[in-house]
Design a protein around this ligand. Structure first.
Ligand code: ATP
Length: 276
Protein backbone atom coordinates (compact mmCIF):
# COMPACT_ATOMS: atom_id res chain seq x y z
CA UNK A 1 0.00 0.00 0.00
CA UNK A 2 1.41 3.38 -0.92
CA UNK A 3 1.72 6.27 1.48
CA UNK A 4 -0.83 8.10 -0.62
CA UNK A 5 -3.58 5.55 -0.05
CA UNK A 6 -3.03 4.11 3.40
CA UNK A 7 -6.00 3.59 5.72
CA UNK A 8 -9.41 4.76 4.56
CA UNK A 9 -8.12 6.23 1.33
CA UNK A 10 -7.40 9.54 2.97
CA UNK A 11 -4.02 10.74 1.68
CA UNK A 12 -1.38 10.52 4.34
CA UNK A 13 2.30 11.19 4.42
CA UNK A 14 5.16 9.01 5.53
CA UNK A 15 6.73 12.01 7.25
CA UNK A 16 6.40 11.45 11.00
CA UNK A 17 6.31 15.23 11.51
CA UNK A 18 2.96 15.42 9.76
CA UNK A 19 -0.23 13.90 11.12
CA UNK A 20 -3.39 12.89 9.36
CA UNK A 21 -6.56 14.33 10.90
CA UNK A 22 -8.67 11.38 9.80
CA UNK A 23 -6.50 8.44 10.69
CA UNK A 24 -3.81 9.63 13.06
CA UNK A 25 -4.33 8.82 16.71
CA UNK A 26 -1.82 9.72 19.38
CA UNK A 27 0.12 7.04 21.18
CA UNK A 28 -1.84 4.90 23.59
CA UNK A 29 -1.60 5.90 27.22
CA UNK A 30 1.36 4.31 28.95
CA UNK A 31 0.13 1.93 31.60
CA UNK A 32 3.24 2.52 33.72
CA UNK A 33 2.68 6.26 33.85
CA UNK A 34 5.76 7.15 31.82
CA UNK A 35 3.53 9.04 29.42
CA UNK A 36 3.09 11.75 32.02
CA UNK A 37 4.34 15.29 31.68
CA UNK A 38 5.84 15.97 35.08
CA UNK A 39 7.91 18.62 36.80
CA UNK A 40 9.89 18.41 40.00
CA UNK A 41 10.86 21.55 41.90
CA UNK A 42 10.59 23.74 38.81
CA UNK A 43 11.73 27.25 39.75
CA UNK A 44 12.03 30.45 37.73
CA UNK A 45 12.55 34.01 38.96
CA UNK A 46 12.51 37.22 36.96
CA UNK A 47 14.56 39.66 39.00
CA UNK A 48 12.84 39.77 42.37
CA UNK A 49 9.67 38.06 41.14
CA UNK A 50 9.46 34.32 41.70
CA UNK A 51 7.18 33.19 38.87
CA UNK A 52 7.62 29.48 39.59
CA UNK A 53 8.41 28.39 43.11
CA UNK A 54 9.60 24.78 43.21
CA UNK A 55 6.53 23.60 41.30
CA UNK A 56 6.08 19.84 41.39
CA UNK A 57 3.22 18.74 39.14
CA UNK A 58 2.17 15.68 37.16
CA UNK A 59 -0.20 15.79 34.20
CA UNK A 60 -1.31 12.27 33.38
CA UNK A 61 -1.31 10.92 29.88
CA UNK A 62 -4.69 10.48 28.21
CA UNK A 63 -6.52 13.15 30.22
CA UNK A 64 -7.80 16.64 29.58
CA UNK A 65 -5.87 18.44 32.30
CA UNK A 66 -6.46 22.07 33.26
CA UNK A 67 -3.97 24.42 34.90
CA UNK A 68 -5.78 27.32 36.55
CA UNK A 69 -4.88 30.08 38.98
CA UNK A 70 -5.13 33.83 39.52
CA UNK A 71 -3.36 36.30 37.22
CA UNK A 72 0.39 36.17 37.71
CA UNK A 73 0.39 32.76 39.42
CA UNK A 74 2.94 31.37 36.96
CA UNK A 75 0.88 29.37 34.47
CA UNK A 76 2.39 30.77 31.27
CA UNK A 77 5.87 30.67 32.79
CA UNK A 78 5.22 26.99 33.50
CA UNK A 79 4.34 26.38 29.84
CA UNK A 80 7.38 28.37 28.72
CA UNK A 81 9.71 26.30 30.92
CA UNK A 82 8.15 22.97 29.99
CA UNK A 83 8.38 23.71 26.25
CA UNK A 84 12.00 24.93 26.45
CA UNK A 85 11.19 28.53 25.60
CA UNK A 86 12.77 29.71 28.81
CA UNK A 87 15.27 27.94 31.01
CA UNK A 88 14.19 27.26 34.59
CA UNK A 89 16.63 28.30 37.31
CA UNK A 90 16.32 24.85 38.84
CA UNK A 91 14.13 21.78 38.82
CA UNK A 92 13.33 19.17 36.20
CA UNK A 93 10.77 18.39 33.55
CA UNK A 94 10.19 14.87 32.29
CA UNK A 95 8.04 13.54 29.49
CA UNK A 96 7.34 9.87 28.92
CA UNK A 97 10.00 9.14 31.48
CA UNK A 98 12.74 11.14 29.70
CA UNK A 99 14.35 14.26 31.11
CA UNK A 100 13.56 17.14 28.73
CA UNK A 101 14.58 19.98 31.03
CA UNK A 102 17.44 21.32 28.92
CA UNK A 103 16.12 20.42 25.49
CA UNK A 104 15.54 23.06 22.82
CA UNK A 105 11.93 23.92 21.89
CA UNK A 106 12.08 22.07 18.55
CA UNK A 107 13.39 18.92 20.29
CA UNK A 108 10.57 19.09 22.83
CA UNK A 109 8.08 19.51 19.99
CA UNK A 110 9.63 16.47 18.30
CA UNK A 111 9.22 14.52 21.53
CA UNK A 112 5.46 15.00 21.13
CA UNK A 113 4.52 18.21 22.92
CA UNK A 114 2.78 20.96 20.93
CA UNK A 115 1.50 24.28 22.21
CA UNK A 116 -0.55 27.33 21.39
CA UNK A 117 0.05 30.81 22.78
CA UNK A 118 -2.02 33.25 24.82
CA UNK A 119 -1.40 35.88 22.12
CA UNK A 120 -2.01 33.50 19.27
CA UNK A 121 0.85 33.17 16.78
CA UNK A 122 -0.03 33.08 13.09
CA UNK A 123 1.55 34.68 10.03
CA UNK A 124 -0.89 37.55 9.36
CA UNK A 125 -0.14 38.00 5.63
CA UNK A 126 -0.23 34.32 4.77
CA UNK A 127 -3.39 32.40 3.88
CA UNK A 128 -4.88 30.01 6.40
CA UNK A 129 -3.72 27.06 4.29
CA UNK A 130 -0.14 28.37 4.07
CA UNK A 131 -0.16 29.00 7.80
CA UNK A 132 -0.99 25.37 8.53
CA UNK A 133 1.62 24.16 6.05
CA UNK A 134 4.24 26.51 7.48
CA UNK A 135 3.51 25.48 11.06
CA UNK A 136 3.90 21.81 10.28
CA UNK A 137 7.65 21.58 10.80
CA UNK A 138 10.84 23.60 10.91
CA UNK A 139 11.57 25.00 7.48
CA UNK A 140 7.89 24.81 6.58
CA UNK A 141 7.60 28.56 6.22
CA UNK A 142 10.30 28.63 3.56
CA UNK A 143 8.78 25.71 1.71
CA UNK A 144 5.31 27.25 1.99
CA UNK A 145 6.50 30.54 0.53
CA UNK A 146 8.23 28.82 -2.37
CA UNK A 147 5.22 26.69 -3.14
CA UNK A 148 7.31 23.49 -3.01
CA UNK A 149 4.99 21.24 -1.09
CA UNK A 150 3.50 17.90 -1.78
CA UNK A 151 -0.09 17.22 -2.69
CA UNK A 152 -0.35 14.97 0.35
CA UNK A 153 0.76 17.79 2.66
CA UNK A 154 -1.77 20.18 1.18
CA UNK A 155 -4.53 17.59 1.57
CA UNK A 156 -3.54 17.03 5.17
CA UNK A 157 -3.51 20.75 5.90
CA UNK A 158 -6.96 21.09 4.31
CA UNK A 159 -8.08 18.12 6.39
CA UNK A 160 -7.16 19.93 9.60
CA UNK A 161 -8.82 23.14 8.44
CA UNK A 162 -11.96 21.09 7.78
CA UNK A 163 -11.75 19.37 11.14
CA UNK A 164 -11.57 22.75 12.84
CA UNK A 165 -14.45 24.13 10.77
CA UNK A 166 -12.47 26.82 8.94
CA UNK A 167 -11.89 25.16 5.56
CA UNK A 168 -13.91 27.93 3.86
CA UNK A 169 -11.16 30.33 4.97
CA UNK A 170 -8.29 28.33 3.41
CA UNK A 171 -7.35 31.10 0.98
CA UNK A 172 -8.04 34.01 3.35
CA UNK A 173 -5.07 35.81 4.88
CA UNK A 174 -4.90 35.23 8.62
CA UNK A 175 -5.06 38.98 9.33
CA UNK A 176 -8.55 39.03 7.80
CA UNK A 177 -9.84 36.28 10.09
CA UNK A 178 -11.54 36.91 13.44
CA UNK A 179 -9.56 36.42 16.63
CA UNK A 180 -11.36 33.17 17.35
CA UNK A 181 -10.75 31.89 13.82
CA UNK A 182 -7.05 32.73 14.19
CA UNK A 183 -6.97 30.68 17.39
CA UNK A 184 -8.47 27.72 15.55
CA UNK A 185 -5.92 28.26 12.78
CA UNK A 186 -3.04 28.24 15.24
CA UNK A 187 -4.39 25.00 16.69
CA UNK A 188 -4.67 23.48 13.19
CA UNK A 189 -0.98 24.23 12.70
CA UNK A 190 -0.07 22.61 16.00
CA UNK A 191 -2.14 19.51 15.19
CA UNK A 192 -0.56 19.21 11.73
CA UNK A 193 2.70 18.18 13.37
CA UNK A 194 0.98 15.38 15.28
CA UNK A 195 1.67 16.09 18.94
CA UNK A 196 0.40 13.51 21.41
CA UNK A 197 0.26 16.16 24.14
CA UNK A 198 -1.14 19.62 23.42
CA UNK A 199 -0.70 22.61 25.72
CA UNK A 200 -3.32 25.30 25.13
CA UNK A 201 -2.71 28.75 26.61
CA UNK A 202 -6.06 30.47 27.14
CA UNK A 203 -7.94 28.99 24.16
CA UNK A 204 -11.12 30.82 25.21
CA UNK A 205 -9.57 34.28 25.57
CA UNK A 206 -11.47 36.75 23.37
CA UNK A 207 -13.41 33.98 21.61
CA UNK A 208 -17.18 34.23 20.99
CA UNK A 209 -19.51 31.66 22.59
CA UNK A 210 -20.14 29.71 19.37
CA UNK A 211 -16.42 29.21 18.70
CA UNK A 212 -15.91 28.45 22.36
CA UNK A 213 -18.32 25.53 22.07
CA UNK A 214 -16.43 24.29 19.02
CA UNK A 215 -13.09 24.46 20.82
CA UNK A 216 -14.56 22.62 23.82
CA UNK A 217 -16.01 19.78 21.75
CA UNK A 218 -12.89 19.55 19.63
CA UNK A 219 -10.71 19.10 22.70
CA UNK A 220 -12.96 16.29 23.93
CA UNK A 221 -12.98 14.63 20.47
CA UNK A 222 -9.21 14.84 20.10
CA UNK A 223 -8.81 13.50 23.61
CA UNK A 224 -11.11 10.57 22.84
CA UNK A 225 -8.73 9.77 19.96
CA UNK A 226 -5.83 9.61 22.41
CA UNK A 227 -4.38 13.09 22.72
CA UNK A 228 -3.50 14.48 26.12
CA UNK A 229 -4.28 18.12 26.88
CA UNK A 230 -3.04 20.65 29.41
CA UNK A 231 -5.16 23.78 29.24
CA UNK A 232 -4.42 27.10 30.91
CA UNK A 233 -7.73 28.92 31.04
CA UNK A 234 -9.62 31.56 33.02
CA UNK A 235 -13.06 30.61 31.68
CA UNK A 236 -14.23 28.38 34.52
CA UNK A 237 -17.32 27.13 32.66
CA UNK A 238 -15.06 25.74 29.94
CA UNK A 239 -12.53 24.34 32.41
CA UNK A 240 -15.15 22.63 34.54
CA UNK A 241 -17.02 21.21 31.55
CA UNK A 242 -14.13 19.68 29.59
CA UNK A 243 -11.45 18.77 32.16
CA UNK A 244 -10.80 15.44 33.82
CA UNK A 245 -8.22 16.81 36.21
CA UNK A 246 -7.56 20.34 37.44
CA UNK A 247 -4.34 21.68 38.97
CA UNK A 248 -4.53 25.04 40.73
CA UNK A 249 -1.53 27.35 40.91
CA UNK A 250 -1.02 30.16 43.37
CA UNK A 251 2.21 32.15 43.60
CA UNK A 252 4.15 29.80 41.37
CA UNK A 253 3.21 26.45 42.82
CA UNK A 254 0.29 24.02 42.97
CA UNK A 255 -2.02 24.47 45.95
CA UNK A 256 -4.75 21.99 44.99
CA UNK A 257 -5.59 19.37 42.39
CA UNK A 258 -8.41 17.01 41.61
CA UNK A 259 -11.51 16.53 39.50
CA UNK A 260 -13.57 19.65 38.68
CA UNK A 261 -16.30 18.69 41.17
CA UNK A 262 -13.79 18.79 44.03
CA UNK A 263 -11.84 21.84 42.86
CA UNK A 264 -15.00 23.89 42.47
CA UNK A 265 -15.60 23.92 46.22
CA UNK A 266 -12.01 23.76 47.52
CA UNK A 267 -11.50 26.50 50.08
CA UNK A 268 -7.84 27.01 49.20
CA UNK A 269 -8.85 27.63 45.60
CA UNK A 270 -11.59 30.07 46.51
CA UNK A 271 -9.12 31.80 48.82
CA UNK A 272 -6.48 32.13 46.10
CA UNK A 273 -8.96 33.63 43.68
CA UNK A 274 -10.59 35.91 46.22
CA UNK A 275 -7.30 36.84 47.86
CA UNK A 276 -8.48 35.82 51.33
N1 ATP B 1 9.59 37.86 31.05
C1 ATP B 1 9.23 38.27 32.27
N2 ATP B 1 9.92 39.25 32.89
C2 ATP B 1 9.57 39.66 34.13
N3 ATP B 1 8.55 39.16 34.84
C3 ATP B 1 7.84 38.18 34.27
C4 ATP B 1 8.12 37.68 32.97
N4 ATP B 1 7.24 36.69 32.66
C5 ATP B 1 6.42 36.58 33.74
N5 ATP B 1 6.78 37.48 34.70
C6 ATP B 1 6.15 37.63 36.01
O1 ATP B 1 6.04 36.33 36.58
C7 ATP B 1 4.81 36.18 37.25
C8 ATP B 1 4.04 35.02 36.64
O2 ATP B 1 3.63 35.40 35.32
P1 ATP B 1 2.84 34.41 34.35
O3 ATP B 1 2.61 35.15 33.08
O4 ATP B 1 3.57 33.12 34.27
O5 ATP B 1 1.48 34.21 35.15
P2 ATP B 1 0.09 33.64 34.62
O6 ATP B 1 -0.46 32.78 35.72
O7 ATP B 1 0.25 33.03 33.29
O8 ATP B 1 -0.76 35.00 34.51
P3 ATP B 1 -2.03 35.33 33.60
O9 ATP B 1 -3.15 34.44 34.07
O10 ATP B 1 -2.29 36.77 33.91
O11 ATP B 1 -1.64 35.09 32.18
C9 ATP B 1 4.08 37.53 37.14
O12 ATP B 1 4.36 38.29 38.30
C10 ATP B 1 4.72 38.14 35.93
O13 ATP B 1 4.67 39.56 35.98
Amino acid sequence: MSDETRGTGTPVTSDPAISDPATEGAAAPAADGTGSLATTGLTKAFGGVTALDAATVTFRHGLVNALIGPNGSGKTTFFNCVTGMIRPDSGRTSYRGADITRRAPHAIARAGIGRTFQLCRVFPRMSALDNVLAAARPGGLWRGLRGARSRAEVDLARGWLTRLGIEHLADVEARNMSWGQQKLLELAGVLMSGPETVLLDEPAGGVNPALLDRIGSLVRELNAEGRTFVIVEHNMDLVMSISDHVVVFDRGRPIAEGPPSVIRSDERVLGAYLGV
